[in-house]
Design a protein around this ligand. Structure first.
Ligand code: HEM
Length: 451
């Protein structure tokens, strides 16, 4: 098969670079091979053609449900150990479409807005657990916020045994997948050896079993005591029926719930950690933001915060400069396709490279600078700016994550003052299948005069 040019080094070396320094790896490939290049990470995954030009992204993402491209779930087999075989991410065609239609409304419109006050309350709850003058890990606090938010949205769980029990093993399970061994195990099934509770894979399996037991426990309880007045996602999934009148099985429910918990928690926590870092690293950004929030004169309801233009620009720039998801999920050509001067044969697997698309000098002058103003001065097309991907697999949590980011940041800045705990440089690093900042520590200085 003739493929666009790319690194000639052995697969294992390409994989090592992709895992340990993905940003410089992508930049050097772009520098050497231009707007399209082929990377081979492992035989199992096969060659992947990276595209980052808006024209190519448009062709791929508007064509991923056409005669030219598709977005088959089997290409996402890497996430199966974590999310299970029935996860939305692993589904294709009609089953995929139906499941998306079922889940989407929970993360949009009225349903989404109904979580506004909850997000603000959870933010204040987590804030009240910080001690003034003591340094804290920003990621941990943001993870606590996003975990509590997603548990409430998905299960409607309030305080109680299961709510308390789910968070620790789930966080541990994800952390294990974030280190190079965990990531390696996703790519190489041979590394998935359970040598007991102290071996890396053994620990992961035990955390996953613990999470599964809690999820299945909740499913059983809800089946036994149905309550139609609840408006959480599990209630919705329990009442869903296909054309034949069949509902979802327990393993199907488990995989969908796990997908939402995993996809909705880590990603948003990472975005919030980056946003806090930029705001407290760059005094002019912070001042402009504070000025805008002060302009609300204490009317800090979710709808007002959500509409603030500079806050929106800060969140957008945060997701541009170091996108949490570096790539879209893979798409595959269904027929020969001409793209950016290459003829791709049927069966070629392509990915949209979000990071490189967000660093195109002609679209984003000074692409390595954090400049929220660019989002006030210009509108970007969905193929120039795509932190949530696009097409048939576009992130179902896009609106929800943006809503949550604005409310959490707006609530924090309006209440208290922070400062960075030290001058250590913060850089983007890999976190499992996504990316995020190296540790960020801050100190809570005290309350603000604003309400
Ligand atoms: C800042 C936060 C987030 C970012 C940056 C993000 C990014 C992404 C990206 C890049 C994709 C791949 C899209 C593609 O291939 O075209 C994706 C898919 C997905 N995201 Fe998100 N996401 C975030 C938050 C969330 C939240 C809050 C949820 C749900 C609770 C969620 C659920 C999903 C799901 C289920 C998919 C797979 C969709 C499918 O296969 O049809 N994400 N996300």
């Amino acid at each position: 098969m003739s493929l666009p040019d790319g690194p000639k080094s052995p697969d294992a070396w390409q994989m090592l670079q992709w895992v340990t320094r993905p940003f410089s790896f992508m930049r050097s490939c772009k520098h050497r091979y231009g707007d399209r290049f082929t990377v081979t990470l492992s035989r199992r995954v096969g060659p992947l053609v990276f595209f980052s030009h808006p024209e190519a992204l448009q062709a791929i993402l508007t064509g991923d449900d056409s005669d030219l491209f598709d977005a088959p779930g089997e290409l996402n087999v890497l996430v199966e150990p974590l999310l299970g075989p029935q996860s939305l991410i692993g589904l294709s065609g009609n089953r995929h479409r139906r499941m998306r239609q079922l889940l989407m409304p929970s993360f949009h419109g009225e349903r989404m807005r109904s979580y506004g006050q909850l997000i603000r309350n959870i933010t204040e709850e987590v804030l009240s657990e910080l001690v003034a003058g003591e340094a804290f890990s920003v990621r941990k606090s943001m993870q606590t916020i996003s975990m509590r938010v997603i548990l409430r949205a998905v299960f409607g769980l309030k305080e109680g045994a299961r709510y308390q029990q789910l968070a620790p093993p789930k966080t541990a399970m994800l952390d294990r997948m974030s280190n190079p061994f965990g990531l390696g195990a996703l790519f190489f099934p041979l590394l998935r050896q359970d040598f007991g509770p102290v071996s890396p894979w053994g620990k992961f399996v035990r955390n996953r079993t613990e999470v599964d037991q809690l999820i299945y426990g909740e499913i059983a309880e809800r089946r036994n005591h149905p309550d139609a007045s609840r408006n959480d996602i599990l209630t919705l999934l329990l009442s869903a029926r296909d054309e034949g009148g069949e509902g979802l099985t327990d393993p199907e429910l488990r995989d969908e719930l796990m997908t939402l918990l995993v996809a909705g928690h880590e990603t948003t926590a990472t975005a919030l950690t980056w946003a806090m870092y930029w705001i407290y690293k760059l005094p002019t950004v912070r001042q402009k933001l504070l000025h805008e929030i002060e302009g609300l004169n204490g009317v800090l309801d979710p709808a007002s915060l959500f509409r603030l233009p500079y806050l929106n620009a800060v969140c957008s720039e945060t997701l541009r400069i170091y996108p949490v998801g570096l790539l879209t999920f893979p798409r595959r050509t269904k027929a020969p396709v001409e793209l950016m001067g290459s003829t791709l044969e049927a069966g070629t697997v392509v990915v949209g490279c979000i990071y490189l698309a967000h660093h195109r000098e002609e679209v984003y002058p000074d692409p390595d600078e954090f400049k929220p103003e660019r989002f006030l001065e210009r509108r970007y097309s969905p193929f120039e700016y795509l932190p949530f991907g696009g097409g048939v697999r576009r992130c179902i949590g896009m609106a929800f994550a943006q809503f949550e980011m604005k409310l959490v940041i707006g609530s924090l800045l309006s209440k208290v003052e922070f400062e960075l705990a030290d001058n250590r440089s913060v850089r983007p690093v890999r976190r499992g299948l996504t990316s995020g900042p190296s540790p960020v520590r801050m100190v809570l200085k005290g309350d603000k005069a604003l309400s």
